[in-house]
Design a protein around this ligand. Structure first.
Ligand code: ADE
Ligand code: ZN
Length: 370
């Protein structure tokens, strides 16, 4: 509904806060950012459409759960764990990320992980989230599907009660595993269908083409679920096209390499396909050499519905505010851009119309403010 092109909001005045806010701005860019823009980023209601719950596992929680569950981590300390987060590419990150998941064992562990993220989301004024979880990472090592989803749903319910943050949960298949494993995962999810909104596809893109998952995505659609998929992160723009053709997804996660092909960008724009871009992730996983190379401006100029998200914030040095501040500093984003990105996030979310209207009202009250 709001994915139609917006023309900005020329003439609106921005409310400025009197009380200074503490914002996690990277030290190297702090001097470039206008404090009023930082304040706006902090106060604007945010919608996060691309965050992996397993990617919110902070080392402090990992160590506590490791001790409780008698699991050993290959790091001497919390600091050593964080210091090891220097990734050469997507695969080198995934190896670390999957290994750390071993500390998640009980239903309460998954609740704690989820609630810790929601606490952080609340502190950053995120009002609606659509997180992924990777059930196969856990079922493959013997943790029952129901334990995983039960704990996550407990955490989401706690977060909604405590903070008013609404959510749409996305079950993501691991593309480095077989289509049969994805189908078995979907079958395990059938008793929980009412609690899921969509299926997703993540993990190693190169060598694991989307077509292999066409059948399980079709089955998910038949069960009433929507679809999203990672594409155009490691893979080039043709992976975006192939993903749309074979999986018929409503959103593309990352999708930044679509910017290499004007025809692909035109297709995304004409079909209102939302891209969930994650600037810090793109730099940390060396999809681009630095933030100024994240093609957010190119995509916006082509009329693509782009959004800003955090991906795996515990591993990439910052949550959603830091992604907004970093990309704003790198590309010189304006309040108009922030408004447009926010409208795209609300419009591209899977929230119902009533919730979208509430989120739009919250957004307007900040951008229209006295
Ligand atoms: N799983 C977690 N983060 C991911 C990413 N950035 N790309 C693919 N799979 C992921
Ligand atoms: Zn991701």
């Amino acid at each position: 509904m709001w994915n139609t092109r917006m023309k900005g909001f020329a003439g609106r005045t921005l409310r400025t806060s009197i009380v200074p806010t503490e914002v996690p701005v990277s030290p190297e860019i702090a001097h470039v950012l206008d404090p009023e823009l930082v304040d706006l980023i902090t106060r604007m209601p945010k919608v996060e459409l691309h965050v992996h719950l397993e990617g919110t596992l902070e080392p402090e929680i990992a160590f506590r759960l490791a001790e409780k569950n008698g699991v050993s981590l290959p790091y001497a300390s919390v600091d050593a764990m964080r210091a090891a987060y220097d990734f050469a590419d997507l695969q080198s990150f995934l190896d670390v990320y999957y290994a750390a998941c071993a500390v998640l064992v009980t239903r309460d562990d998954f609740r704690e992980l989820t609630l810790a993220y929601l606490r952080r989301a609340h502190a950053e004024n995120i009002r609606h989230i659509e997180p992924f979880f990777d059930p196969q990472t856990h079922t493959e090592r013997g943790v029952p599907f129901d334990t995983v989803i039960g704990g996550i749903l407990d955490g989401l319910a706690d977060g909604q009660r405590e903070f008013g943050i609404t959510s749409c949960l996305i079950l993501s298949f691991l593309r480095h595993l077989s289509a049969e494993s994805a189908s078995a995962t979907l079958a395990a999810a059938e008793p929980w269908l009412g609690k899921l909104v969509a299926v997703g596809l993540d993990s190693t893109e190169l060598g694991n083409p989307p077509e292999r998952f066409a059948e399980v995505f079709a089955r998910a659609r038949a069960l009433g679920l929507l679809g999203v998929a990672h594409a155009g992160e490691e893979g080039d723009a043709s992976f975006v096209t192939r993903t749309l053709d074979s999986l018929h997804v409503a959103r593309i996660d990352h999708g930044v390499r679509a910017a290499e092909n004007p025809l692909v960008m035109r297709r995304l724009a004409e079909n209102d396909v939302t891209l969930t871009v994650c600037p810090n992730s793109n730099v940390r996983l060396r999809v681009v050499t630095d933030l100024s190379r994240v093609p957010l401006r190119t995509l916006l100029d082509a009329g693509v519905a782009v959004t800003v998200n955090s991906d795996d914030p515990a591993y990439f040095g910052g949550y959603i505010i830091e992604n907004f501040t970093n990309i704003s500093a790198a590309l010189g984003l304006t309040p108009d851009d922030l408004y447009q990105l926010s409208v795209y996030a609300i419009g591209g979310s899977f929230a119902d119309t009533h919730r979208k209207l509430e989120l739009m009202d919250e957004l307007e009250s900040v951008f229209d403010g006295a």
